[in-house]
Design a protein around this ligand. Sequence first.
Ligand code: AMP
Length: 285
Amino acid sequence: MKEISKTESLQKTLRAVRRQGRSIGFVPTMGALHEGHASLIRRARRDNDCVVASIFVNPLQFGPHEDFNKYPRPFRQDKDLLRSLKTDYLFSPDAGAFYPEGFVSTVSAGPLGTIFCGKFRPGHFDGVATVVTKLLLAVMPDRVYFGAKDYQQTVVIERLLRDLNFAVKFVRMPTVRDADGLAMSSRNRYLSSEERARAVVLSQTLFWFRDQISSGVTDLKSLRRQALHRLKKTFDQVDYFDAVHPESLRVLHQAQPVMTLLAACRLGKTRLIDNVTITRFQKNT
Ligand code: AMP
């Protein structure tokens, strides 16, 4: 695995790869890698001749009181994992060089960036849209891989790629979970053992809701009320829990054949997000 920190040198290297007619798969990350990230790299490895991963803790997507400074940065372990997965290139730019003095041009995620997580993290999705744009222009991959774990992020990015004519195929990969159901996240390492035990209620509640729908329950309002009740008993704060249209993220009040449940809760200072998409809704006729 070749490590590259300068954008110009990455661009030069990948120009040569493209000239050889080799396809490029790209997996952007913020590091503190786990099996969720690994699943993206493995898929990119299968689909492409050349795999590029990036590790960059993007300051633009953190709010002033968020965890930018304490975000885990186990760089050496991350590199070992990427190497074991046969990543060809690791791009890990320095924040000062990536956003040099005088940097002012940004990309807006639009209205999709101001709902759900965007309401609680103002500017977050604009920061994501900007870094993804810069990274894609640096890598110019054939395919880019994102995890469904950050569902709203995938919707924002799919929209961005369409709106701005990026010639890249977007691949959304399923959420990888711990054995008890908790969605893997770099931020899970903030949880105390007592918090970790409570955290599982988030996925349990999503799965319970999904099972209710699959067994024919159609009263979303009542299901949501019961789910919120359970979450509020467990978590210190529930930011949101809603059934939405999987593409527009419009809140649904009536059960649909395909729905996505989106949820965000807090345990102490740790914010957890999770979601499930229900695809096999059977109408109770
Ligand atoms: P992050 O390093 O948290 O910015 O995540 C980098 C990429 O990995 C994003 O596309 C995430 O959605 C994806 N990812 C993070 N956690 C998981 C998970 N548990 N399962 C699948 N993908 C994930």
